[in-house]
Design a protein around this ligand. Structure first.
Ligand SMILES: [Zn+2]
Ligand SMILES: [Zn+2]
Length: 400
């Protein structure tokens, strides 16, 4: 792993527990992996099986390691244990009902070209309305600005999506209710005192978001303020309340581990929210324009939903900036009409240095498209250089 200096690799690979081991330490880790969705709940819960490192435990550790891009061994090593103990969100990484065996098999392919890079793995369904109301029903004695901080966190999502948020003062009519709770507070997910689990948010249409009052909360909107960064944690938990699951990319807001000072949505966060809340074309609108951007060689994506099947023309326009100023002759960017109704449209270019084999998502798709469908997904991407930043607009024109 490039994350760790080579000289530490040996030390980090030190195995704490492996299959067949037994002890209170095993029971604690098993409990945690169960809470996060990696280990199946139920089954034998007597003390004899609870503290045994069995085959389910090996698979749980393997899934956790694969999820977070650690070397996959199924052994509880120092590196894995260290990540397990980091301060984080209490929401499960793997939701209930997911087939852990099938997931174990499929994670082996994660990161391959055929993986869809445009969706979070475990999003829930969205709210029906784009106009949501929220209430902050209590405060924290740690702060005087917690409400403004939560307001600002909603605005981070509003700025990147078609969503609109209004704070209300009563529970009546509030879609999302946020507050500070401690210990067992009656929702089946007790908090654990200072450290480790910091907060949790429930998916639509539950709407509850709770911050662990046992933490020392601080307002980090204007820089390092010590304690836990309420602004960062609030942006993350509101993501859950809007329907986003956890991301495996550690640059994202939806990464489960806390990162004080991180307040900007990453590309994947934006793709995630737009996959749940696409821009909607008005019933009478002839043209709808969406803006996309992609920094440092990444990709951007936006979805337009007509609300019904229509005949349409779609096209995109782009420009790019080379941050290094070393423009190469094959620097380029493209704004594809990538998918219509979820299906890849025919590719217009493949192969070469930058595109994949015929039919792969890494191909070039049409820059203009006339057809019939309900949803149109644009994709903005750059070729050749990881230093290119691209900017574009996608336009759809209804023709019927
Ligand atoms: Zn979370
Ligand atoms: Zn709670």
């Amino acid at each position: 792993m490039s994350k760790y200096p080579a000289e530490r690799a040996q030390q980090l690979a030190k195995i704490v527990h492996r299959e067949g081991a037994r002890g209170a330490g095993v029971a604690l880790v098993k409990q945690l992996l169960t809470r996060l969705g990696y280990h199946p709940a139920g089954g034998k819960t007597d003390l004899y099986s609870a503290d045994l490192y069995d085959a389910d435990m090996t698979r749980a550790v393997r899934l956790f390691q694969a999820y977070f891009h650690l070397p996959v061994t199924g052994n509880l090593d120092v590196q894995t244990l260290k990540l397990l103990r980091q301060p984080r969100c209490g929401v499960r990484d793997i939701p209930e009902g997911v087939d852990l065996k099938a997931l174990d098999e499929s994670l082996g392919n994660a990161g391959s070209e055929t993986d869809d890079p445009f969706t979070f793995r475990f999003n829930s369904g969205p709210w029906e309305s784009y106009d949501l109301r929220y209430q902050v029903y209590n405060g924290s004695p740690d702060l005087t600005t917690e409400v403004e901080c939560i307001d600002a966190a909603f605005q981070v999502w509003a700025a990147a999506s078609p969503l609109h948020f209004t704070r209300v003062n009563t529970a009546d009519g509030a879609d999302i209710r946020l507050g500070f709770e401690s210990g067992d507070h009656g929702d089946g997910s007790p908090f654990d005192g200072p450290g480790h689990i910091l907060a949790h948010g429930f998916y639509p249409r539950n709407g509850r978001v709770h911050f662990d009052e046992a933490e020392t909360w601080r307002d980090w909107r204007f820089g390092d303020a010590g304690g836990e960064d309420l602004f960062h944690v609030a942006i993350h938990e509101i993501g859950h309340a809007l329907g986003l699951g956890h991301s495996r990319l550690d640059s994202t807001i939806m990464y489960p581990f806390a990162h004080n000072g991180r307040h900007a949505l990453a590309e994947e966060d934006i793709r995630g929210i737009l996959s749940l809340y696409p821009f909607r074309a008005g019933a009478s609108a002839r043209a709808t324009v969406v803006n996309l951007w992609a920094f440092a060689g990444g990709t951007g994506s936006a979805l337009v939903d007509f609300g019904r099947r229509r005949r349409f023309l779609a096209f995109g326009q782009t420009t790019f900036v080379d941050a290094l100023g070393d423009y190469d002759r094959d620097n380029a960017c493209a704004l594809d009409v990538f998918r219509v109704d979820g299906e890849l449209v025919g590719n217009v270019g493949y192969g070469g240095d930058h595109l994949g084999t015929n039919g792969a998502p890494s191909n070039l798709f049409p820059g203009a498209y006339i057809g019939v469908g309900r949803t149109v997904q644009f994709r903005l991407s750059t070729f050749h250089s990881s230093d290119l930043s691209a900017y574009g607009s996608g336009c759809v024109l209804a023709l019927d």
